[in-house]
Design a protein around this ligand. Sequence first.
Ligand code: GLN
Length: 492
Amino acid sequence: MTDLHRLSIRELSEGLKTAQFSSRELTEHYLKRIAQIDPKVKSYVTVTAEQALAEANAADAALKAGNAHALAGIPLAHKDIFCTQGIKTTAGSKMLDNFISPYDATVVAKAKAAGLVTLGKVNMDEFAMGSTSENSYVGATSNPWALDHVPGGSSGGSAAAVAADLAPIATGTDTGGSIRQPASFCGLTGLKPTYGRVSRFGMIAYASSLDQGGPMARSAEDCAYLMNVIAGHDAKDSTSINKEVDDYVANLNGTAVKGLRIGIPKQYFNVTGLDADVKARVEESLKKLEDMGAILVEIDLNMTEAYVPTYYLIAPAEASSNLSRFDGVRYGYRCENPVDLMDLYKRSRSEGFGAEVQRRILIGTYALSAGYYDAYYVKAQKVRRLIQQDFLKAFENVDVIAAPSAPTTAYKIGANLSPTEMYLGDIYTLAVNLAGLPAINAPVGFDKDSLPVGLQLIGNYWSESQLLSIVHQYQQNTDWHTKRAAIAEENA
Ligand code: GLN
């Protein structure tokens, strides 16, 4: 079969169960595509061909024995922020270029236990700081829809790999939009779960109170399959929540949209910098949902102006603390010939971290310093609570909230936006993490340059099943999620 990469997760699962093809054939098919097509996309940092084939053989044996998990034998790619035992985990940083984890992240362990086959590790902005994946020390990844554009970030490698059909599904992480925004830029479905739903154990920390892992895929149904594997309580992560996990696949239904109250925040659609095509596509998708039975309700989210400054204080503050462990002594990069301990710290950190990471460590350290802690950090925490309350108030009257995932489509590689311009591009995604809410991106069309546009739906806590169902029903009634970038049409 030459078109195995066209199959959905459900089709792959059925095909493997009924022995239409083996996991070995499927894995070889993807590895061949990666070898031929990825040099143009540059989504993978590490391809684990040998291990993948061994895992595929094991999955084939389990499938034959009839005791395989629903996803056994299906390949996936992991964002290079998830620790993988025996395989390099770089988090996109020179600091970790030589880091081989002695253990698997819980997400990785769960994927392995389900029999999923790891194709490799995919590119990302250094320590997940960025919106383009250009902050990676190995260089930029291309957007499969236009190779001179970025795939978004920080989970840009995950998005590009799936959008170029170089992996059927991928893991990502979202601290301030890093699943939703690259999904939007690459025409994919991506879910940022409620904080605490997916274990952070073994996921290299950026901002611990905001970080959350989740699935990136071609459809809501595919995301649901991966959520079934990765969600759940983990005793190794003290912020993981001990709450029953839904069966996200079984819960997908065709009745989520009828009578659904979708809040449209007035403030969101008047943001300066909101691209006219993005606005038009998002509004068309909302009209479509309305035709399917949803009720659109205008709402107020009065804290909108505070999102960017609040996030860009709290996230760097936590990052400055989390990244203090990279000191040239315990982990990763160490400078050559240090003259003394101070020189070792200084040079290891200034040579090992890229410019954006250093910028954030500086901002965070400043905000946490004795003289400024109350004025900045404590203030930001108070505003964070107000942002959460703003959402909870809105959810008294609506079921979900609609927004673009990003004000624009994908930027050109090397566009060289100033840090402030770049941060402002995160306006629609940051508040969800500050409040700990779940949200999903769904592809809803293209701009004038044929670049994908995404609709974001924000739900109340633990509404992952509902969000997946809404998008699933939308996808049963539209075909945006079936469109493929030209490069994905190439046969290896
Ligand atoms: N773009 C945001 C940042 O740079 C979000 C990144 C993320 O979600 N990891 O912090």
